[in-house]
Design a protein around this ligand. Structure first.
Ligand code: SIN
Length: 268
């Protein structure tokens, strides 16, 4: 098969055509990995995968991790996180800009979302390029940020009704504000509105002001792309250099997908 890559926006995102994710050869796995490194998030259409094949796809890129708020939604498959909204939903997973589970000491390097049912219109996912967020800061601010670390917490996220969990131990972690990608070696801004709550080295009022400025900067429209789902579309994103945000504009329609997370390293 010949792989074709079509960029979504100048900032990030590319659609990959000509692959069957359930039957990948070694050269295709390596081409997909290269595309992910180049575009931060990649998309596929019309893919037929069982739950097992979805997990096997994830395992081609690393070990799978179980979401800490998982409620074993699919029996025998704790690695599958069900993303679901319907006429009873008041909120949805991921409605705030975030990098998946940045509250963990070793957040997942990537996530793969496979859509099974989507509204007629709406329910897009937006993504943002955090290399660009870092690179477009002025030099003095880059230098300041490179010396800082930030606290990422999750109690405010996982205690919401949308995340059923029993044991109430909510992960939190301190990470560098600027991280270096282990593969591309590029620097990216690693703060997000979902989980980042405090810059450790600053006084509270300084932390609040700088963090809000940085978070607004990460949300700059020119750093973004927006993916319109269809049944059996797949998105594979790199949490180390991209943020994402689910758009809940389709109530009361149904949107249903499955996500796997691939283990990552401690950010440095
Ligand atoms: C998420 O993984 O944060 C959810 C993304 C989405 O549902 O579009």
């Amino acid at each position: 098969m010949t792989i074709e890559i079509r960029k979504l926006t100048p900032a990030l995102g590319a659609e990959i055509l000509g692959v069957d994710l359930a039957r990948l050869g070694n050269s295709e796995v390596s081409a997909i990995h290269d595309a992910l490194m180049a575009h931060q998030v990649i998309f596929f259409r019309d893919q037929e995968m069982s739950v097992e094949q979805h997990k096997a796809l994830g395992r081609l890129f690393g070990e799978l991790s179980v979401h800490p708020a998982a409620t074993a939604e699919i029996e025998g498959h704790p690695e599958i996180r069900v993303v679901h909204a319907d006429e009873t939903s008041k909120s949805v997973t991921g409605e705030v800009w975030h990098s998946d589970l940045s509250c963990q000491a070793e957040p997942p390097m990537g996530s793969i979302l496979y859509m099974h049912q989507q509204p007629d219109v709406g329910g897009d996912t937006a993504f943002a390029n955090m290399y660009l967020a870092y690179e477009t800061l002025s030099e003095p601010l880059k230098r300041l940020c490179e010396g800082l670390t930030a606290l990422h917490t999750s109690a405010h996220v996982f205690s919401k009704n949308a995340y059923g969990r029993g044991d109430k131990s909510f992960p939190e972690a301190v990470h560098p504000v600027v991280r270096t990608h282990p593969v591309t070696k590029r620097k990216s801004l690693f703060v997000n509105r979902g989980f980042t709550t405090r810059i450790m080295e600053l006084k509270k009022n300084e932390s609040d002001a700088l963090l809000e400025m940085l978070l607004r900067h990460t949300e700059t429209p020119e750093f973004q792309c927006r993916f319109r789902w269809a049944r059996h579309s797949v998105a594979f994103w790199d949490n180390r250099c991209a943020l994402h945000r689910a758009t809940f504009d389709y109530f009361p329609q149904v949107r249903h997908g499955h996500r796997v997370q691939i283990r990552g390293d401690r950010p440095v």
